[in-house]
Every structure is written in C-alpha cells, then in structure tokens.
Design a protein around this ligand. Sequence first.
Ligand SMILES: [Zn+2]
Ligand SMILES: [Zn+2]
Length: 348
Amino acid sequence: MRRLPVYFLIDVSESMAGEPLEQVQEGIAAIVKELRADPYALETVWMGIIVFAGKAKTIMPLTDIIQFYPVKLPLGSGTNLGEGLHALEAELNKSLVKTTPDSKGDWKPIVFLFTDGRPTDNPKAAIENWKKKYGSSSFFISISFGNNTDSELLSSISENNLTFDATDKSTFNKFFKWVTASIKSTSQSIADGNNQIIDLSKDPNKVISKNLGKSGAQIDENVAVFLAKCQNTRKPYLIKYTKTLKQSEIPEFDFETLYFRLNGAFSVDEESYAELSDSSPSGKHISTEELMGFPTCPHCGNQFGFSTCACGNILCTGDEEITSCPWCNVQAKFGFEDGHINLNRSRG
Ligand SMILES: [Zn+2]
Ligand SMILES: [Zn+2]
C-alpha cells in the first residue's frame, strides 16, 4: 500500500504561547480522530510533526494514523524558518519510500506550514534548497495565522499561501476541518485511481483567505513576549501581551493610543524551551508603561509575575522579606516604584 505522507511544520515561537498553540494542538488531535474514521485516509495517510522556533526538531516522525498520538507542542524563542525547512528536508530524506523500477514509492508528501510571524533568520537559501529538492515532488501549503507574516517570502516557497485569521475557537475548529477535508479528498482521489491533486478551494466557511501577490509590507509586531523565571521553582514562563488600541480617557480628545494588553502568563518546559531557542538575545525593548495588566506567576501563584531585577531579568515576587533572583542569584529587598507594579530593586 502506497502511503500518503502528511507533514505539519509548526512554528512554535513564543508568540504562539497560550491559545494559538493549544488550538493547533487540539486541531491536530481532531484531524487524527476524523481521519481514523475515514476508510480511505485510514489506509493511506501517515503523519509527522516538525516544530521550529530558534531551532527545529522532529517531535513526531512519520507515523500511520492508528499509531499516531497527539504530542504536546513545545515552545522556543526565535522564528528560524530556514532551520525548519532543513529539518523537514532531513525528515523527508529519511522516511520517504522512493519509487523504484520494481515498486511504487510513497505518494507526494503534503506539507502544512503553520506560522504566525516573520522569520528571524534569513531563510532565502534554505527556501531555494527546499525548492530544488522537494519543490516539485511535494505539495507545500503555508498557512499564516494572522497578518504578521511575510506573505511575499511564503509565496516564494509555494503558491499555496493562505491566511487564516485566528479569532476564536469555532473559527479554529472550522479551519482544522478544512485541513482534514483536504487530506481526505486527496486520499479519496488516490483511491479512485486519479492523479494526486490537492483541492484547496473547498472552503465552504470561508475561514481562509488566499493571500497571493500581497506585498510584504512591514507590519509591526502584534505581540510582545517576555521570558520570566519563578523565584520559588526557578522554572521559566512566558508573559504575553497583545497589541491593542485604547480610546483616550479624556472625552475632549478623540484619539487612540497603542497599548500592549496582557494576554496571559504561560509556563514553559525548561528543557525543550532551551533546546528550541535562539541563544542570541531578542533585542526587544518595550517600556513597561505601554503594558496593560500584569500576571501572577503561573508556577507558584506569586502575586507579581512581572517584577524586574537590576540584572535586567524578570521574575516573580510575592510578600517575601528577601527576594532571591533566579537569574543572577542576588538576594535583595524589592520595593515598589511610583506605586507602580513595575518593580525595581529598592535603594534601601
Ligand atoms: Zn513563581
Ligand atoms: Zn537578577
């Protein structure tokens, strides 16, 4: 039986923290569940998952959908698409069965790239390399979550460059149903003896918009993410803010100001985070005055999850007498400044 390999190349950069990552995770579980109930898919579909942030990793090698179990998606810092493409290519080299004079190999693999941000590396060489090796022997579909991606760059990988506005759970559900439908219809057309084609137009709910030819105009980052460490458990967590416009509080002034509103604080697995992250600093600088809302610590529940140490790092603080910084190990008394939750080391 010839296999139909389906790969998910998933951006697990920090901006995916929280709901987007959970939705992708649930979405993949839903895809597997539905494909298992489909006789054509059951016979042919194999799935694999490769994730990338600053670095890339195969977290699920190509597996038939009966054996396939949904794995927990990790997080890392950076969006090195080039690394992701290299890892994908290595995975394909390793697992695809090639057609020989005596036997037919696998069907053309289908690759779904999910990304929500602009690459932090320069992936042009990796893209050229990918196109040379697998450009014509795979179906590559890139799906942007939101409009903060480089559509011009993504269009250079494949003409199947789609934008999905991730807004709520039901839209996500529709989106994953669409992904499932395109896999199903491919396995069915193969079973019917047709050529392998992918019909991406079957989008009855219009959750996806085709994004061809749109210029790669520079769009500001939609999210700001900070890495913090818990003082008590010493474990890392991410604090995520979403860009938002706020109407002026003074009625006479009709203007809107830009803020970053708290989205949440999310614990991350230390080991996989280190493994997938860029070692270079992000260089992101945001004044805490632009931030609206501060989280509690997702590890220990400490009240102030966004306290800053003189070493420049973020930690959680509570009502302890002496705070010890999990980053620089300095022990000191922390105090409020200007009655603001932006904590700095006190002078006392
Ligand atoms: Zn804590
Ligand atoms: Zn410190």
